[in-house]
Design a protein around this ligand. Structure first.
Ligand SMILES: NC(=O)c1ccc[n+]([C@@H]2O[C@H](COP(=O)([O-])OP(=O)(O)OC[C@H]3O[C@@H](n4cnc5c(N)ncnc54)[C@H](OP(=O)(O)O)[C@@H]3O)[C@@H](O)[C@H]2O)c1
Length: 354
């Protein structure tokens, strides 16, 4: 059993960034994984991690890792498992190369999310998509290598809230996001732009929110994923919140569905085995909050240790002809590092990594 084995060495690429720091925090004391290598840009390489990082999370960087020397991107990474929190353009070259050389890469970057042989994993909703790692090995001769991604941070709560609703036949969705500043990385949006303000544009975000959940909610069909077919229209905004992306959703179904049915399928939703027993899986992936003013980022982003999606304000939508609700997830935990770690746990449990 993976639980009884020696810890698997992991590397964190982009370890000094907003998501990289979250990896460092969440991997402290992880039962299966041990950080062996920290990698960042030439700006940071050669310095102690504690010097190179501008720590934006509570407290300080873990003392042992603070002394670790940051490696450059061209270092000969030894760890079999690699967590990537690199900008997409940098990830484009390095992630494929690492997979080719036998590493299993769990990426947060968008570079390969839409590649036909790369899954966007959210284990509770699409664990079978992990089988694409076998397709990669066979097609590209990667040996022990592989490449999986997690979604854009805003796609995560939408895909999670939709997964239990798939059975009613999703026909159309209107999505408006209110995204936290940490979603833009560090230093992110200048304070003089975001304080006392809402920015009604995030470069490149709306096409991701329209397409990624459709891939995530799709079915594995041979060597690729058949996307779930529904019409989607997204508007993405940046709001002066530190962490936690809130999405206002209106959805129309092919079937007539009651409020009680929707609440029941959200409440009862669980991932398939072995997902609920993985170390980072929350006990309840979707939490329905019945209070009229929830979910709220500050109050609800840490539900399920930041791994749950909190939904609420469910009510009929006369315009779309269906239902509308709010969905919230912690963008650097479930929307990034936490999901990536859960993805890696799934791969280990399925014998695809480690
Ligand atoms: N923030 C979120 O909520 C979120 C959610 C989901 C996905 N993502 C994705 O995750 C990735 C990281 O996002 P982030 O928010 O953590 O960004 P960030 O705060 O800007 O951090 C970027 C990291 O990449 C490193 N880096 C930059 N250029 C590099 C280069 N040429 N070579 C090697 N390392 C380089 C930086 O190192 P230095 O410090 O040394 O410059 C830093 O460690 C992005 O692809 C982003 O789209 C982010």
């Amino acid at each position: 059993m993976a639980q009884n084995r020696n810890p698997i060495n992991v590397a964190v690429l982009g370890a000094t960034g907003a998501v990289g720091q979250r990896f460092v925090q969440l991997l402290q004391g992880h039962p299966w994984f041990r950080i062996a290598e920290l990698v960042a840009s030439d700006r940071s390489a050669g310095q102690r991690y504690g010097e190179a990082v501008r720590w934006v999370l509570p407290g300080n960087p873990p003392a042992d890792l603070a002394e670790r020397v940051v490696l450059p991107l061209d270092a000969d990474v030894q760890s079999p498992l690699v967590f990537s929190a690199l900008p997409a353009d940098i990830a484009q070259t390095i992630e494929w190369r690492l997979a080719e050389t036998g590493h299993v890469v769990c990426s947060n970057a968008s570079a390969y999310r839409m590649h036909e042989h790369v899954p966007i994993l959210l284990p509770e909703i699409n664990a079978p998509h992990a089988a694409l790692v076998r397709v990669q090995r066979q097609k590209y001769g990667w040996g022990t290598g592989g490449l999986v991604t997690n979604s854009n941070c805003t796609s995560a709560p939408v895909a999670m809230a939709f997964a239990p609703l798939r059975q009613f036949g999703i026909a159309a969705a209107q999505l408006t996001s209110l995204q936290a500043v940490s979603g833009g990385g560090y230093p992110g949006v200048p304070s003089l732009d975001i304080l006392d303000n809402v920015i009604p544009f995030i470069n490149g975000e709306e096409p991701k929110l329209e397409a990624e959940p459709r891939k995530m909610l799709g079915a594995l069909a041979g060597e690729r994923i058949a996307f779930l077919d529904y019409a989607a229209s997204a508007t993405c905004t940046r709001v002066p919140v530190l962490d936690g992306h809130l999405v206002s959703v209106a959805v129309r179904f092919y079937e007539a569905v009651s409020e009680e049915q929707i609440v029941a399928v959200w409440r009862d939703f669980r991932g398939p085995e072995p997902v609920p027993s993985l170390p980072s899986a929350p006990p309840q992936p979707v939490i329905y909050h019945s209070a009229p003013d929830r979910p709220q980022p500050r109050r609800d982003r840490d539900a399920g240790s930041g791994m749950a999606t909190v939904v609420g304000r469910l009510r009929p939508c006369p315009v779309i002809g269906g239902w509308k609700f709010l969905a919230l997830a912690h963008n650097t935990v479930r929307g990034a590092a936490g999901c990536s770690i859960l993805n890696a746990e799934l791969l280990v449990a399925e014998g695809l990594a480690g």
